[in-house]
Design a protein. Sequence first.
Length: 357
Amino acid sequence: MTNIVHLDVPSRRLPRAERAAALMQSFARHRRFGDDVFWLKENAELLNILECTGAPVSEQGLAAYQGFYDKVEKRLQFFPQYYRFLLSICLDLEDLGMSGQKGPALADWVARQGFARAELSDLQRMEARRLMTRRGVDPLAEDAGLEDRMRAFIARSATFAMPNKKAAYELTHAVFYLSEYGRKDPMLDAETGTSLEFTGLLAFLEQNADLLAEVCIAMRYGGFDVPEVWARWLDRHTHLFEVETGAPGLPQDDYHEFLVCNWRLADTGDTAFAKPVSAERMAFFRPEGGPGPLRELSECMFRMDDRSDDWGKMRATVLDNLSEDAQAVVSWAETSCDRFGAFFQGFARADAAVVGL
């Protein structure tokens, strides 16, 4: 018999600045091209994460964006509908070390054009204000109640006890903007902590690492404790990501989930972007796994005309109607935080009979 010994030799990990440079070169030069709005979106997200986590960035990494930076005024003048992406990329590049001071003039021009006043939502107005005030310009100086309106929205925890992706991501981004990405106290109340826990429970039940990572970051920015069960699951999930290098085409990948999962690691002081990365074209794929039990749980509750909103009374009946895998995830979810019972009261929708029906 032949014994084969497998040696677990760790791959060589690039220094932090070199990892950042490889990501910047791949995203800037190899995943998408030209003035594609998806290029703007991807690169704005990457640079924002590098900037707000204080990542060291080399001249090599910044050089990948020199062509963009040289013509950012022309792009902004011709593509004003993308002003938030364009301004975000410009400001982050400067704050990461790019030589140049275009940010103040661009922020002033955007404010004078009134783009922030044309936004359709308070969240978009908050993002616009956050961007321009980084260079000392408030495009909405007359709107003194903007932040308080957002705090009122995210403090209504009942909104976040039911699946609603748009509301969930607006919650996390509102906390990002109110806290200046962890740089100041966002002045959140306990109800907003409940909103974040409810959203985190929905994300965990769905096994949605993208949303759950954002929730965990927002909880830390807001001064709330992150459930250990969620943190451990995200640690494992992030470690199991696959990075493919040099693919001939760009498939639909999970780049955003890869970015925010590693952002969460960086935010906790752990090593982010530890996977081998390259300055070539890269694609990112989440670990294989079935969907979480959120849909199964929702369908189970919908079929119960006599359902109660008391988890203690409903627990045995609900679990008996779920698959074995779903039972396990629901059991982990209920032990992850103390507010699962309160979450279930809203999720069950047991006392919301429509008048007249």
